[in-house]
Design a protein around this ligand. Structure first.
Ligand SMILES: Nc1ncnc2c1ncn2[C@@H]1O[C@H](COP(=O)(O)OP(=O)(O)O)[C@@H](O)[C@H]1O
Ligand SMILES: O=C(CO)[C@@H](O)[C@H](O)COP(=O)(O)O
Length: 483
C-alpha cells in the first residue's frame, strides 16, 4: 500500500492524516493544539506539526506529503530566515485601516479588475501595510514574505533560520501554490502572477515572494533530519500545499453545482468555478482553487466560536446546546443574535460587536438563546451564499463541513435557513484529506486520484424564511448603529 500524508495547519490546531494513496482510506491520524490569539509565533505551528506527525505514528512509511493551512497569515522573514515578529493571522482586525488605505489608493474596482479581490483586514497585503505604518522598523527588515503553509513546507524541506535548520535560510527556496497566493492581495488568480506594484504599496519596498507551484507540481522533498526518530528510508515527496478552503474543496472532490459551507473558526462559503470572479464590493474574494480553477469565496470571522461562547454562557456542552436549540421554534420566538463577537468581515465591519435583540419575557429562555446563536451564525453564511450565487455560481446542493457542522442541531437548522438541499459529508478533516489527495496526485502524476465521498446526513429541505427575514432586520439595524 502506498501511503501519503495530508496536513491541516488551521487556526486552532494541526491535524495530520495518513491515507492510502489509491483509495483515500484513512489509515492513521494525529493532532496537536495551536496557541490562542490573533498573532502566533510560527515556531508554535512547527512544533505542533511535529507533534501531530508523531501522534499519527510518524512518516517512516509515507511516500508524499502536502500541507494545507489557514490562509492569509503574515510570516515576515528577515535576510537570515528568521521570523521578524509573531505572525499576524487572518482574524486580526488591527489591519482594517490599512486595508482601507490600500483600497483608497487604487480603488476597489481596480483591485477587483487586477487581482480579483479587494483588500479587507484579513489579507496579507493589509497586514504588510499595517506593519509598515505601525512597526516601520520591522517592515524595513522584511526580506521575504511567506504564508503559514509555505513556511511549514519550507521548514519540512530543511530550510529555516540560520543555526537551527540543516539547510539554512535559503529564502529563494520558498514555494507556495495558486490558492494561497490568491489570498495575499498582491497575486492575481486572473493573470497567475504577482502584482509587484500592489506589494510595494503595502510593504513600502520589494521583497522575495515564494515561487508559485502548479497544482500537481512537486515542491521538493522532506529533509530526513527534521523528522527525528521517524525519519524514512526513502525520500518523501512534498506537494505544493494549499490554502485550507481550497484544500477542503479538493478533498471533497467538489464539482459544478456544489457549494461548500465550512463552519470552523472562520465561516466560509465557496465553490469551484472555471472562470475567475471580480466582485468590486469586495464581498466575494476571487481566489484560486487547488486544481487549476477558481474559488469564489465569502468568509465570516464569527463561526464555530459563536457556539463555543454561547454554550459557555449557558454552561452546557455542544450536544446540550444543540438539544436546547431544537426545543425552540424556528425564529426563536423573535430572539435574534447578530454574532459579530470578533468584529466582522462579511459585512465588512471590523469594529463591530455582537448583539442579542428582540427579547421578550416569553423568549428569554435557554432554548431560544441557543437557537438564536445557531440561526445567527447560519444567517451570516446564508448572506454569503447569496453573494457567491450573485457571481453566477450555479448551486444544486450545499456541502456542510467543519467542526460545528457535526452538531445535529446545526444540520437541522441549516435545512431551515438555506433554500438549497443540505448534504453533510461523513465527519472528517477535509482540509487534510485534500492535502493528502494533492500529495497522491503529485506522487502518481497524470490525473488527480478519484476518492469516494461518503455522506452521513441529508436533512430534508425545511426552509423557514422567517429566520432570515428577522435576522436581516436586526443585522441592518445593528450595522447602521455601528456606522
Ligand atoms: N459538535 C459540535 N458542535 C458545535 N461546535 C463544535 C462541535 N465540535 C467541534 N466544534 C467546534 O468546531 C471548532 C473547530 O472546528 P475546525 O473546523 O477544526 O476549526 P479550524 O479548522 O478553524 O481550527 C471549535 O471551535 C469547536 O469547538
Ligand atoms: O480567512 C479565511 C479565508 O479567507 C479563513 O477561512 C482562514 O483560512 C482560516 O480558516 P480556519 O482555520 O477557520 O479553517
Amino acid at each position: 500500500m502506498n501511503l501519503v500524508a495530508g496536513v491541516d495547519s488551521s487556526t486552532q490546531s494541526c491535524k495530520v492524516l495518513i491515507v492510502d494513496a489509491a483509495t483515500g482510506h484513512i489509515v492513521r491520524s494525529g493532532r496537536a493544539a495551536h496557541p490562542d490569539g490573533t498573532e502566533v509565533d510560527p515556531e508554535a505551528w512547527w512544533l505542533a506539526l511535529l507533534e501531530a506527525v508523531a501522534d499519527a505514528g510518524g512518516l517512516a512509511d509515507v511516500s508524499a506529503i502536502s500541507v494545507g493551512g489557514q490562509q492569509h497569515g503574515l510570516v515576515a522573514l528577515d535576510v537570515g530566515g528568521r521570523v521578524i515578529r509573531p505572525a499576524l493571522l487572518w482574524n486580526d482586525t488591527r489591519s482594517a485601516a490599512a486595508a482601507e488605505a490600500l483600497t483608497a489608493q487604487f480603488g476597489a474596482a481596480e483591485y477587483a479588475e487586477r487581482i480579483g479581490v479587494v483588500p479587507v483586514a484579513s489579507f496579507t497585503a493589509s497586514k504588510l501595510r499595517w506593519l509598515r505604518d505601525v512597526e516601520p522598523g520591522n517592515a524595513a527588515r522584511v526580506a521575504a514574505v511567506a504564508l503559514p503553509h509555505d513556511w511549514l513546507s519550507w521548514r519540512l524541506r530543511g530550510y529555516g533560520p540560520e543555526g537551527s535548520a540543516p539547510l539554512g535560510p535559503m529564502l529563494d527556496e520558498l514555494c507556495t501554490d495558486r490558492s494561497d497566493a490568491s489570498g495575499t492581495a498582491y497575486w492575481s488568480a486572473i493573470t497567475n502572477d504577482y502584482d509587484r506594484e500592489l506589494l510595494l504599496a503595502a510593504l513600502g519596498h520589494d521583497a522575495l515572494l515564494p515561487r508559485v507551484l502548479a497544482p500537481d507540481e512537486g515542491g521538493g522533498e522532506v529533509h530526513a533530519s527534521v523528522l527525528g526518530a521517524s525519519s524514512p528510508a526513502a525520500p518523501i515527496v512534498l506537494g505544493p500545499g494549499a490554502g485550507d478552503n481550497a484544500a477542503a474543496a479538493f478533498g471533497l472532490g467538489a464539482r459544478s453545482g456544489d457549494v461548500i459551507v465550512s463552519i470552523g473558526t472562520s465561516g466560509t462559503v465557496f465553490a469551484v468555478t472555471d472562470r475567475p470572479s471580480r466582485d468590486a464590493t469586495g464581498t466575494v474574494a476571487g481566489f484560486a482553487d487547488a486544481s487549476g480553477a477558481f474559488l469564489p469565496l465569502v468568509a465570516t470571522l464569527n463561526a464555530a466560536r459563536v457556539l463555543d461562547a454561547v454554550a459557555g454562557l449557558l454552561g452546557v456542552d455542544h450536544d446540550e446546546l444543540g438539544r436546547l436549540a431544537l426545543e425552540a421554534e424556528p425564529g426563536a420566538g423573535g430572539a435574534v443574535l447578530v454574532p459579530w463577537f470578533e468584529g466582522e468581515r462579511t459585512p465588512n465591519l471590523p469594529g463591530a460587536t455582537a448583539g442579542l435583540s428582540g427579547l421578550t419575557l416569553a423568549n428569554t429562555t435557554r432554548s431560544s438563546v441557543a437557537r438564536a446563536a445557531i440561526e445567527g451564525l447560519l444567517c451570516g453564511l446564508a448572506d454569503g451564499l447569496e453573494a457567491v450565487l450573485g457571481q453566477g455560481v450555479q448551486a444544486r446542493r450545499l456541502l456542510l463541513i467543519g467542526g460545528a457542522a457535526q452538531n445535529p442541531a446545526v444540520q437541522a437548522i441549516a435545512a431551515q435557513v438555506f433554500a438549497l438541499p443540505v448534504v453533510v459529508p461523513t465527519p472528517g478533516e477535509y482540509v487534510a484529506i485534500g492535502a493528502a489527495r494533492q500529495a497522491a496526485w503529485v506522487l502518481a502524476g497524470g490525473a488527480a486520484p478519484e476518492w469516494p465521498l461518503a455522506t452521513v446526513a441529508a436533512p430534508a429541505l425545511d426552509h423557514r424564511p422567517v429566520i432570515r427575514t428577522q435576522y436581516a432586520a436586526a443585522r441592518d439595524e445593528r450595522a447602521a448603529a455601528l456606522l
